[in-house]
Ligand binder design. Structure first.
Ligand SMILES: [Zn+2]
Length: 670
């Protein structure tokens, strides 16, 4: 198929704005009414009339005569309200719908979208004029189709339906699996993204190409330059085209990562420098530089998830780990033992500084380096850490505000325990309280409290520090972490002597925290008389606000939750489509998920009785208003804050969640 030049000489931008001067009743769509409504004065037909544009094709194909067109035009000028010429021609009986469709398909490369939509009654003339005015304002740089969609003059699925039905462009939902990669590789994904089309596959001696707007002459010409004139235009939504190209981009970054061709040591210096800069900018928490069998893979962990940053040649491996060891002040001569080090890195342009902890681990393929980017802990006010209202008030009233007892904050590494610990300390910090901490190390300095960092090199250890803390007359003691029986005993002793103790513990959930203490052979009555609450937490990725879309959970997801569809009333599940802001992950930042166990008499009794974890859990759920991690995450997903995928991936699923309505009541939301 060849692409003929655009035959219309008057650009759509020259249409004059037509105003009706008399307010008469709208003529209904019957022929007699039209005839009766004929009355002077006649309205002038505007230049660049959309109807004439289409009518011209009808005459060309011999469907109507010049006289018939003149009559229909005259009829229209007498009408009090605007009517598409095509609908008048239909109504008078000059043109059947089938004839109209055939003619439009014959001339589809010359039809312009605005005229077509108006004539088919899918767009009001005034909306087309408004869109054209907007196009003029944009200096004609924007395409009319885009303006119509952006301003909701027409919805995209309607537009596609019209083009597919009237002009006969086959509709397609492009899928990366069906796309011929050789065709796709003829241009950069971004080039296609700008032009809103994507090649599909060769068919015979023609090439199928999906366009968001198959009437867009410029896109058609660009496609013809790349694939030759013999192409078959298909129609796909702009969103589907974008999605398939974005997926392709991600794939090509991850799988066919360009192998960096560097052989000089000086280039390795630059490579490591850029690596650190990029990790900082991507807000990565860790960098993994890992030698593999055939190359060296570099990955970043962002928002808790690893993804490939770059793959470099195998031979660069030793130079890379050497460079990292030099920066970390580790021993570069040592290649057979694990090592640790510390890097202070500064971005020379912005002056931003970051501390990095380096760990070198000896693997079968060589030294693997993991760099942890140590960001300063943020001080988040208690009411902003992401607890639902009732969970927060119970945590404050039944745990933090009590004069003594242990509050345990539990969760695996990197789940925000330290941030929550600091929020608690900040909440308790007041003129009438003495707060003393022992941390490893102090991550955030809060005015008005006595913080101490452990330093084993000068014998400031947990063991040597604790006796001194108690002599400091504290009201609140913060122990960075319970790691062993010694620190657990210390926490319990402090609580028994009337102190308030805040600490973190490395366990899966709230009951797990209690069990771990029981497994340390600590007397159960000591646990039940000192621990006042356990807070388990996780961080789930937050749905990117820039590309969030609402969606309905599918039947598999419902089944996993044990919910029926009607249980999801008043929910707004959302997921990110992926955009440049979120680096096409669909997520930006994280949201805290909490499980708060306040130890009431029943739970304490179950601990003293050494009940099974299953029993303690059941009693906690039934008597202490506990909402599990899964349930809290589910509520947050049902409000569009995170996704079900995150919930299923990161939250323990011990029991089926209770109905959302009951959970909402428990956490105090509606
Ligand atoms: Zn996004």
């Amino acid at each position: 198929m060849s692409l003929p030049p655009s035959p219309t000489q008057h650009p759509e931008t020259t249409i004059e704005v037509l105003r009706t001067t008399t307010a008469q009743t709208v003529v209904t769509a019957t022929l007699p009414t039209i005839r009766m409504a004929l009355s002077p004065p006649a309205r002038p037909v505007p230049a660049g009339d959309t109807g004439l544009e289409i009518a011209k094709f009808l005459i060309e194909d011999g469907v109507i005569t010049d006289e018939q067109l003149a009559y229909a035009t005259r009829v229209r000028t007498k009408l009090s309200s605007e009517r598409p010429l095509l609908s008048i021609l239909n109504e008078i009986g000059y043109v059947s719908l089938d004839q109209q469709r055939t003619v439009l398909r014959n001339h589809r490369v010359s039809v312009r979208i605005g005229a077509l939509l108006v004539e088919l009654g899918h767009l009001r003339g005034q909306d087309l004029r408004a869109a054209l005015a907007l196009q003029r304002e944009s200096g004609s740089s924007k395409k009319l189709g885009d303006i119509l969609l952006e301003n909701h003059f027409i919805e995209e699925n309607k537009l596609i339906e019209v083009l597919a039905d009237q002009l006969g462009f086959p509709q397609i939902v492009p899928d990366l699996g069906d796309i011929d990669r050789k065709l796709l590789d003829r241009a950069n994904p971004n080039w296609y993204l700008q032009r809103h089309f994507v090649p599909i596959r060769p068919e015979g001696d023609k090439i199928l190409v999906a366009f968001a707007d198959p009437l867009d002459q410029r896109a058609r010409q660009d496609a013809a330059r790349l694939f030759g004139p013999d192409l078959v235009p298909l129609i796909a939504s702009k969103r589907n085209i974008r999605e398939v190209l974005e997926t392709y981009k991600r794939h090509s970054q991850n799988l066919v990562t360009p192998v960096v061709q560097v052989d000089e040591t000086s280039h390795v210096v630059e490579l490591v420098h850029n690596l650190l800069l990029d990790a900082m900018n991507a807000r990565a928490s860790d960098i993994h530089v890992e030698p593999m069998k055939n190359d060296v893979r570099i990955r970043f962990r962002c928002d808790g998830v690893l993804s490939v940053y770059k793959t470099v040649e195998k031979k660069l491996g030793p130079a890379l780990s050497n460079r990292i060891k030099i920066l970390a002040k580790a021993d570069i001569a040592e290649r057979r033992r694990h090592q640790d080090g510390h890097i202070s890195f500064e971005d020379p342009k912005t002056g931003r500084q970051i501390d990095i902890r380096a760990s070198i681990y000896i693997t079968v393929y060589g030294e693997k380096a993991v760099l942890r980017l140590l960001r300063k802990a943020q001080l988040v006010p208690m009411d902003q850490i992401g607890m639902f209202p009732r969970t927060l008030s119970r945590f404050c009233d039944d745990a933090l505000d009590l004069p003594s007892g242990i509050t345990l904050i539990t969760g695996p590494t990197g789940t925000g325990k330290t941030t929550t610990l600091y929020s608690c300390v900040n909440y308790l910090n007041s003129i009438d309280r003495c707060i003393t901490t022992v941390e490893d190390p102090v991550e955030y300095i809060i005015e008005g409290i006595a913080q101490c960092s452990l330093n084993p090199k000068i014998d400031i250890t947990f063991e040597t520090t604790l006796p001194h803390i108690l002599r400091q007359d504290p009201d609140v003691i913060v122990l960075g972490e319970i790691r062993d029986r010694f620190s657990a005993d210390a926490a319990i002793q402090a609580a028994l002597t009337g102190h308030k103790v805040l600490t973190t513990f490395h366990t899966e959930d709230t009951i797990g925290g209690l069990l771990r203490l029981m497994n340390m052979n600590i007397e159960t009555f000591l646990i039940s008389s000192t621990v006042v609450s356990v807070l388990a937490q996780r961080l789930l990725r937050r749905v990117c606000p820039h590309c969030a879309e609402s969606y309905q959970p599918n039947s598999t997801e419902l089944q996993r939750l044990g919910y029926r569809r009607q249980d999801l009333e008043n929910t707004t599940f959302r997921q990110g489509r992926g955009c440049s802001v979120c680096r096409h992950t669909g997520y930006q930042g994280r949201v805290g998920v909490f499980e708060l166990l306040v130890l009431n008499v029943m739970v304490k009794d179950a601990i003293i009785q050494k009940c099974t974890s299953h029993e303690i859990r059941r009693i906690s759920l039934e008597t202490s208003s506990m909402v599990t991690l899964l349930e809290d995450g589910l509520l947050k997903a049902s409000r569009g804050e995170t996704t079900l995928t995150e919930v299923f991936r990161y939250l323990p699923r011990l029991d089926k969640p209770r109905p959302l309505l009951d959970l909402k009541r428990l956490v105090g939301i509606s």
